[in-house]
Design a protein around this ligand. Structure first.
Ligand code: SAH
Length: 292
């Protein structure tokens, strides 16, 4: 697939049209690069939740009769698979870089985390566009650009040991963070979303990530201090508990505001000294107290 002039949402079915079809009459078609593309697209029609680490099927293997019969009966349902999503993800990363994210470590992390695994099945083909998508319970998975930008701001080029995320949601940003820093703690206040994140992340086996169910406005004092804190939900101000749990020299990135929001970068300069900068505008779901 070409990275040039991508049209979103990408139609995976469109890729299939140019590929030679393996038929009952020619079950032993010779493997070519096109065969790989076709196999990838056919493979993409399987359950995306199970395709996470699926390898492409053996090239030019003899098709199973039942599978061929099913193929004749059912219209193809376009879904991404490992091979296709890898290429689409690289296009997404190039776009995020064009939008201004420069931190190579963050861009590399974005290139490796399969975002389609974190979105609802019906939205998998839109997983790599720059949009927030619904994840249920009136919450959203953040746009790839904003995920990358916030991590870049929090890192400030430094290598971070321990960070806290408020608002796990479906777990996508936590998975990206886990590729960039040594230890990640993430808190979610909505129990079904906490469970969803656990199940999304299970197959990925992310040993340096701890998910907590609770009110993130209180932080996680038992794991503090943190070198960085990211809030994925917007309040009118950053809770003092979170500022207190920032290590001296640590950086906190948060959306602040209601209808109009902007990113705020706060650096802890001393025991009782924090310096804040107001950055670009943004749009996040609200930071809410308590648990649900
Ligand atoms: N980090 C997510 C974004 C999820 S949306 C991603 O990867 O895309 C923001 C999340 O913040 C929602 O799931 C919402 O329930 C959660 N949230 C809001 N207030 C919270 C609080 N006080 N504590 C923990 N989570 C909170």
């Amino acid at each position: 697939m070409s990275d040039k002039n991508p049209v979103f949402p990408l139609s995976l079915a469109a890729l299939d049209r140019s590929a030679p079809k393996k038929s009952a009459a020619n079950p032993y078609a010779i493997a070519t690069p096109q065969t790989a593309t076709r196999n990838a697209v056919q493979n993409a029609m399987s359950n995306p939740a199970r395709d996470k680490y699926a390898a492409a099927p053996p090239l030019a293997s003899k098709p199973h009769a039942a599978a061929l019969a099913r193929e004749r009966e059912l219209p193809p349902v376009p879904r991404p698979n490992a091979l296709v999503s890898d290429a689409v993800r690289r296009t997404m990363v190039a776009r995020v870089a064009r939008q201004g994210v420069k931190d190579q470590l963050v861009l590399e992390a974005l290139a490796t985390v399969p975002r389609h695994v974190f979105v609802q099945e019906g939205l998998a083909s839109q997983a790599y566009i720059d949009a927030a998508l619904p994840i249920g319970h009136q919450q959203t998975i953040s746009k790839p650009y904003i995920v990358a930008r916030m991590i870049e701001l929090m890192r400030g080029g430094a290598s971070l040991r321990r960070v806290l995320e408020i608002g796990t949601g479906c777990g996508y940003q936590a998975a990206v963070l886990a590729r960039v820093v040594q230890e990640v703690y993430s808190i979610e206040r909505i129990k079904p979303l906490h469970e969803l994140a656990k199940s999304n992340l299970r197959a990925m086996r992310v040993p340096n990530l701890r998910l907590h169910y609770g009110d993130g406005m209180l932080g996680l004092p038992q794991a503090a201090p943190f070198d960085g804190i990211i809030l994925a939900a917007a309040g009118l101000q950053v809770p003092q508990a979170l500022l207190d749990q920032l290590a001296i020299g640590g950086r906190l990135v948060a959306p602040v505001g209601a209808a109009f929001q902007h990113l705020q970068l706060t650096t802890r300069a001393g025991k009782a000294e924090w310096i804040s900068e107001t950055l670009e505008s943004c749009h996040f779901v609200p930071l809410c107290p308590g648990v649900a």
